[in-house]
Design a protein around this ligand. Structure first.
Ligand code: CP3
Length: 348
C-alpha cells in the first residue's frame, strides 16, 4: 500500500494485532449481538427461525451493527453461527428455544462420506451480509469474521446436539479414527474456503472458535485441535495473506503453550479460567492476547465488575491486548453493566 492509500483513521484493534500497545485497550465482546439487547430481540422476533436470521443479509447486517451503534465497540463481529458450516455440508441444522442446536441426521461411520461436499454457494447470503456490513461500518471499527474449529464443529455434527462431556464425538474418534480424520479434513478445507471468502468480501480479522478444546487430554488435543488448526491457519494465510487470525482454544490451560507455538496465530483469545500471569510467562514470543473478563462478573455488575476489569487490565498491562470476555456475553446481562464496562475500559 502506498502512503497515499493508507486509511486516514486508524483501527485500534488492527494496530494492536500489529503489536502496538495502548493504555486503554480496544474492546469488543463475544456474542455482542444477541439476546441481552432489546433491539436484537425485536429483530429476532420478526425473522422466523434463527437460521432464517443468519441467512437474511439485511437483518443479519442490522443486528451486527446494533452493538456498534449502542456501545461504539472497536470491532464488529459478523452475525452468523459456527453451525452454518454443517448446513453447507448438507446436514439439517435447527435451533430450539431452551434446548440449543439440533443437527440431523447424526453422522455414522458409513454416512460420513455423504457430508464431504462443501457448497460455498449455500453460504452466499452470509457473504452478502459481509458486504453490507463493510459498506456501513464506521471507519475506525475493525470487522471480524469467524468460523468454528474443525474439532468443535465436528462435535456438533457427530452428537447432533450440544454436549457437556463430548462423549459422543470422543467415542466416535476412538472407534472410527479414519472416518473421523476424514471429517476433520473436510472441515479444515471447508473452513479455509469459507474464511477466505469472508476475507474477499471484506472482513479484516477472523476468529476461530474452539469452544470445546479444553476437554481433550494432551494426545487427542494434539491430533484433533492443534494439528487441524495448524493446517487451517497455514492454508488460510496462503489464500489471504493480509488477514489477521485469532484462535480461541477455550480453556486449553496447560496445553495453551504448545497450541500457541505450533499454530502461530496473530492473536490468542483466553477463556475465563486461564491464568494470564502463567500464560504471559510461558509465551516467550509475539502473540497478541485477547480476553478474559468473567461474563458472570458482567452480569453481577457493581464491585465484581469494577474489580474484574481492574484485574484484567493489570494482568495484561504492557503487552498488546484486546479487551474481551472469557466467553460469550450472557442473555441476562443488564445493558447498564455493559455501559459501565465500556467506561471502565476507556478510562486510562
Ligand atoms: O458474537 C457474535 O455476536 C456473533 C454471532 C455468533 C453467534 N454464535 C450467534 C448466536 C457467534 C460468533 C457464535 C459462535 C458460536 N455458536 C459458538 C462458539 C462460541 C461459544 O459460545 O462457545 C458455538 C459453540 C455456537 C453454537 C450455538 N449457537 C449454540 C450452542 C447456540 C445455542 C445456545 C444459545 O445461546 O441459545 C447457538 C445459538 C446462537 N448463536 C444465538 C446467537 C445470538 C442465540 C439464538 C437466538 O437468538 O435465538
Amino acid at each position: 500500500m502506498s502512503p497515499a492509500d493508507k486509511p486516514s483513521i486508524r483501527k485500534k484493534m488492527l494496530a494492536v494485532l500489529e503489536g502496538e500497545t495502548f493504555a486503554s485497550p480496544p474492546l469488543w465482546l463475544m456474542r455482542q449481538a444477541g439476546r441481552y439487547l432489546p433491539e436484537y430481540r425485536e429483530v429476532r422476533a420478526t425473522a422466523g427461525s434463527f437460521l432464517d436470521l443468519c441467512f437474511n443479509p439485511r437483518l443479519a447486517a442490522e443486528v451486527t451493527l446494533q452493538p456498534i451503534r449502542r456501545f461504539g465497540f472497536d470491532a464488529a463481529i459478523l452475525f452468523s453461527d459456527i453451525l452454518v458450516l454443517p448446513h453447507a455440508l448438507g446436514q439439517k441444522v435447527s435451533f430450539e428455544e431452551g434446548y440449543g442446536p439440533r443437527l440431523a441426521p447424526v453422522l455414522t461411520e458409513t454416512t460420513i462420506g455423504d457430508f464431504a461436499q462443501f457448497k460455498l454457494g449455500r453460504l452466499s447470503p452470509v457473504l452478502e451480509t459481509v458486504e453490507l456490513i463493510k459498506a456501513a461500518l464506521p471507519a475506525e471499527t475493525t470487522f471480524i469474521g469467524f468460523c468454528g474449529s474443525p474439532w468443535t464443529v465436528a462435535s456438533y455434527m457427530i452428537a447432533g446436539a450440544g454436549s457437556k462431556d463430548l462423549a459422543a464425538v470422543r467415542l466416535f474418534a476412538f472407534r472410527h479414527p479414519s472416518a473421523f480424520s476424514r471429517l476433520i479434513d473436510t472441515l479444515v478445507c471447508a473452513s479455509i474456503d469459507y474464511l477466505a471468502a469472508q476475507a474477499e468480501s471484506g472482513v479484516e480479522v477472523v476468529q476461530i472458535f474452539d469452544s470445546w478444546a479444553g476437554l481433550l487430554p494432551p494426545d487427542q488435543f494434539e491430533a484433533w485441535c492443534i494439528e487441524p488448526t495448524v493446517r487451517l491457519v497455514e492454508g488460510l494465510r496462503a489464500r489471504a495473506p493480509d488477514l489477521k487470525i485469532i484462535c480461541f482454544p477455550r480453556e486449553a490451560g496447560s496445553k495453551l503453550q504448545s497450541f500457541a507455538k505450533r499454530v502461530r496465530a496473530d492473536g490468542l483469545a483466553l477463556g475465563t479460567a486461564e491464568d494470564v500471569g502463567v500464560v504471559r510467562s510461558q509465551l516467550g514470543f509475539d502473540v497478541v492476547l485477547q480476553g478474559n473478563l468473567d461474563p458472570l462478573s458482567l452480569v453481577a455488575g457493581g464491585q465484581a465488575l469494577e474489580d474484574g476489569v481492574r484485574r484484567v487490565r493489570e494482568a495484561f498491562a504492557g503487552v498488546p491486548h484486546i479487551f474481551n470476555l472469557g466467553h460469550g456475553i450472557l442473555p441476562e446481562t443488564p445493558i447498564s453493566h455493559v455501559e459501565r464496562l465500556v467506561q471502565l475500559v476507556r478510562t486510562n
